[in-house]
Design a protein. Structure first.
Length: 192
């Protein structure tokens, strides 16, 4: 897989401050928001996010003038991470690369559910994120299919919907979610 520009990468790069201290605060706010959204959904408190990040509420608002801006940025950052993971695993064996990416995708779905509650799917951010995610993940599935390790009667959208359906279920633990995902992926893998 060759490195290619993805629309979401440009969005993330243009939003992140360049000054080191400002970038550090920005990154801390994104991490805190991701955690808060996973725990409390779209209604997570902005004050709690600022506290978790170790900054004041003014710093949060300087970086993210509106709640929507914060949601969009967290979402774009998560998708950008998926793009990076696809590039990182691309040299692995086809099935291993695909399942490593899908495991990270399943983690991303937790944050996505909270953010999706607050945003419209038709925004420019969502379109760029969807294009980037499909552009990064589709080659992993196609490579596993060409290697005879994944079913050829499915496409990338089918696979994402299956994983999204699994992650929409409440699990007792991350280990249980991983186990159930592994069982489902056994149905995708061809017998080699």
């Amino acid at each position: 897989m060759t490195a290619q520009p993805f629309p979401v990468s440009e969005i993330v790069a243009t939003r992140r401050p360049t000054r080191k201290d400002a970038a550090r605060n920005y990154d801390a706010l994104l991490a805190a928001a991701r955690e808060a959204f996973a725990e409390h959904g779209a209604e997570a408190s902005l004050e709690d996010i600022a506290r978790r990040a170790g900054v004041g509420i003014g710093t949060l608002y300087r970086n993210f003038p509106t709640r929507r801006h914060l949601f969009e940025t967290v979402y774009a950052d998560e998708v950008n991470t998926l793009v990076q993971v696809a590039e990182e695993v691309a040299d692995r064996e086809p099935w291993d690369a695909l399942t490593a990416w899908l495991d990270r995708f399943a983690d991303y779905m937790v944050t996505k559910r909270a953010v999706r509650e607050a945003l419209n799917d038709e925004t420019e951010i969502f379109a760029a994120c969807r294009e980037s995610m499909y552009g990064a993940g589709t080659p992993l599935l196609e490579r596993a299919q060409r290697a005879g390790e994944a079913r050829t009667d499915m496409d990338f959208i089918d696979l994402l919907r299956m994983v999204a359906g699994i992650t929409a279920t409440a699990f007792d633990s991350a280990e249980q979610r991983k186990r159930v995902l592994s069982i489902a992926l056994d149905g995708v893998r061809t017998k080699v």
